[in-house]
Design a protein around this ligand. Structure first.
Ligand code: 5AD
Ligand code: SF4
Length: 473
């Protein structure tokens, strides 16, 4: 058993190890071969991609994926810790599994992901949730099979979570969810320590992957027919800082662009690490998509300072305007937190002002959620829940107005869309994304899944567009 520790997790271990996952040595307990597994993933794209690895490893060991908890012999919850509601969902689902175990006692339940890295959560699982069979963290996903085996061998709950392992593991099998659009990790962890954020503790030290592995992964995806890749990291703009003196995200984007893959995206960007050189590369490379997710978090300099964001509203605006001017047709979206401890009406007004000034194409808005172990959780919070919710409502009204305006501007234009599947709302339509990341429901007389097609935009909604394949107009 090995438990997480928030103080250890704060230490930055710069000894980066590149480990090649060798699964010829790893064998799952024979009792599980041919059994069915179910993985439920919560949270961000990094976690989604980890979910693809968990599935890939289990499949490589001879297990079979199934679509529901009811059918499964092994269930894994790949969790998110970013806000309290992410926690609540996981504990809710665990309750379901507990019930199911009454009639299916051999069902194995595992917890992994960001919640598994939280000391308070793991202590609770250890003392109150004995029916959880095993827990592993974000640093030892590559060792998952041994964690499961130990549980099977001992018959006891097995918790194996490390706080500063710091490996960058290459070659983990992956079961990709899409045949057209793929995630590619470029940097793990984060060193920024924004005062509200749990990620630097749950995901550890900032560690870049070697660019040669990234380029070869992209080349491989291209040869498999992938049209789009998304370079992933908590802060992609810090790419390379821990590994190289003279190779950064601008170099990487340029090299990935040279592979000739049709679409390249990248998330998430921290304004602090966004250089002019990066803006230029995004503007210059046709296959780097004109879409930037640039979290601002607050428009008040006082709150930005308390958040430890390391930029002012003026610096953010300068970068924002530079990207708008240089990158043709760019969409810029953001993240905003309301109700940070001590946020006054005046601070909140600064946030509304900057939203009115930037007119973001879209924004993800959140009420501050205190995360145990982070500095902001210790701040005196005198803003009532009611007030926080009121602020969120007011902010959303403005955010939605601009997102609608941004969509309205697309009506009657012809936009290139990568079609990723059938529309979720209407099974007779298709669903795709424009270059600047707008969701379009598309009328087409033929199956266009997996293709990049020209679409005439007929109608705009607040969060999506409706359009028609140009040949069907
Ligand atoms: N409370 C509320 N929102 C948070 N985020 C991160 N941590 C918290 C928190 N403690 C938001 C930020 C971040 C996004 C992924 O989640 O806006 O950019
Ligand atoms: Fe959630 Fe952050 Fe972990 Fe992603 S990295 S799963 S957003 S806590």
């Amino acid at each position: 058993m090995n438990l997480p520790n928030m103080i250890e997790a704060k230490k930055r271990d710069k000894e980066v190890l590149i480990v090649n996952y060798d699964y010829s040595d790893v064998k799952i307990d024979s009792s599980l071969i041919g059994k069915k597994f179910f993985v439920r993933t919560y949270g961000c794209q990094m976690n989604e991609h980890d979910g693809e690895k968990i599935k890939g490893v289990l499949i490589s060991q001879g297990l079979i994926e199934c679509a529901s908890l009811e059918e499964s012999d092994l269930a894994i919850l790949n969790t998110c810790a970013i806000r309290e509601n992410a926690h609540d969902k996981v504990f809710g689902f665990m309750g379901l599994v507990k019930k199911m175990k009454e009639s299916k006692p051999n069902l194995l339940l595992g917890i992994c992901g960001c919640m598994a890295q939280e000391e308070c959560v793991v202590n609770e699982i250890k003392s109150k949730y004995k029916y959880v069979d095993f827990v592993f963290g974000t640093h030892n996903l590559d060792n998952m099979i041994n964690v499961i085996n130990e549980r099977v061998r001992s018959g006891k709950q097995n918790i194996e979570v490390y706080s500063i392992l710091g490996n960058v593991c290459e070659g983990i099998p992956e079961k990709r969810e899409s045949k057209y659009s793929a995630w590619v990790d470029i940097i793990l962890g984060c060193d920024k320590f924004c005062t509200y954020c749990i990620v630097p503790y749950t995901r550890g030290t900032q560690r870049s992957r070697h660019y040669k592995y990234i380029i070869s992964e992209v080349n491989n995806l291209k040869s498999l027919g992938y049209k789009e890749i998304t370079l992933l990291g908590q802060n992609v703009n810090a790419y390379g800082k821990d590994l190289y003196d003279d190779y950064n995200l601008a170099n990487l984007l340029s090299d990935v662009s040279n592979t000739g893959i049709e679409r390249i995206r990248f998330v998430t960007s921290h304004p602090w690490d966004f250089t002019d050189e990066m803006v230029d590369v995004i503007a210059k490379c046709d296959n780097v998509m004109p879409y930037v997710h640039l979290p601002i978090q607050s428009g008040s300099n006082r709150i930005l300072k308390l958040m430890g964001r390391k930029y002012t509203r003026e610096e953010y605006l300068k970068l924002y305007n530079k990207i708008r001017e240089k990158v043709k047709g760019v969409s810029i979206t953001t993240d905003i937190i309301v109700g940070f401890p001590g946020e006054t009406e005046e601070d909140f007004q600064y946030t509304l002002d900057i939203v009115n000034e930037c007119k973001f194409d879209g924004a993800f808005t959140f009420v501050f959620s205190p995360r145990e172990g982070t500095p902001a959780a210790k701040l005196n919070d005198n803003v009532s829940v009611n007030e926080k919710n009121k602020r969120l409502y007011k902010l959303n009204e403005i955010v939605n107005k601009y997102s609608n305006e941004s969509n309205q501007k697309c009506v009657n234009s012809i936009m290139k869309c990568l079609v990723i599947g059938k529309s979720e709302k209407d099974n007779n339509k298709y669903m795709g994304y424009t270059e600047n990341m707008k969701l379009v429901n598309i009328v087409s007389s033929i199956d266009v899944i997996g293709e990049i097609i020209d679409v005439r935009i007929d109608e705009a909604k607040s969060f999506s567009l409706n359009g028609t394949r140009i040949e069907d107009c």
